[in-house]
Design a protein. Structure first.
Length: 203
């Protein structure tokens, strides 16, 4: 039984087996996530925890990963970290452009063909991000909805319910990677950009 957690976008999600929870959260993901996870894992023996490690919103990512690491440590199980773009790309087949709204007029993007990222994960202006896709493609993720017109102008199709949580796909990816699971303390976040807040420079 793998607990999957994704908080990279505004629709946060948790999955365990065939049980799925997802909810759009503007702020305060912690208050929603904690009871949802508690209900799912009560009296369940976990095999591992899968979590989206970025890119995505700085604060929401930290909330999701903190929950994942805390549960993995408490239960003595390993963690399978998965790219939030890869998890979304797994919602479709073939040529897939995975997009997240990175705010500040930028997009987190990755172009996948049959599950393999050909572009690398990028932080780009929306037009350039969509330009990563070559030929016909399907766009998934929150960004696909935000920039639907640009996607369609580039010859892409926005998948139905493109902004839904990818936790079910995340759990499937993790199930095939349990042999590569790592200890909670080895998990690292992938932000793709520096945080806005900077530590003061000592004089």
């Amino acid at each position: 039984m793998i607990l999957a957690i994704d908080t990279a976008g505004p629709v946060i999600g948790v999955a365990l087996g065939d049980r799925l929870f997802q909810q759009r959260v503007v702020r305060g993901a912690d208050a929603v996530l904690t009871p949802a996870i508690g209900e799912l894992i009560a009296d369940v023996e976990l095999t591992g925890v899968a979590v989206s490690v970025g890119p995505g919103g700085f604060t929401s990512l930290r909330v999701g990963v903190a929950h994942a690491l805390g549960i993995a440590t408490a239960r003595g199980v390993p963690v399978v970290p998965v790219s939030s773009l890869e998890a979304r790309a797994a919602l479709a087949d073939g040529r897939v452009l995975s997009l997240l709204d990175g705010r500040k007029q930028k997009a987190y993007a990755g172009f996948y063909v049959d599950g393999v990222c050909l572009s690398g994960e990028r932080d780009l202006p929306p037009v350039e991000a969509i330009g990563l896709a070559e030929g016909p493609f399907v766009a998934v993720g929150e960004g696909a909805v935000v920039w639907r017109e640009l996607v369609e102008a580039a010859g892409g199709v926005v998948q139905a319910d493109a902004a839904r949580s990818p936790v079910a796909a995340l759990a499937r990816l993790a199930a095939g990677r349990l042999d590569a699971a790592i200890a909670p303390e080895a998990v690292r976040l992938s932000y793709l950009r520096d945080a806005d807040a900077k530590l003061p420079v000592s004089r």
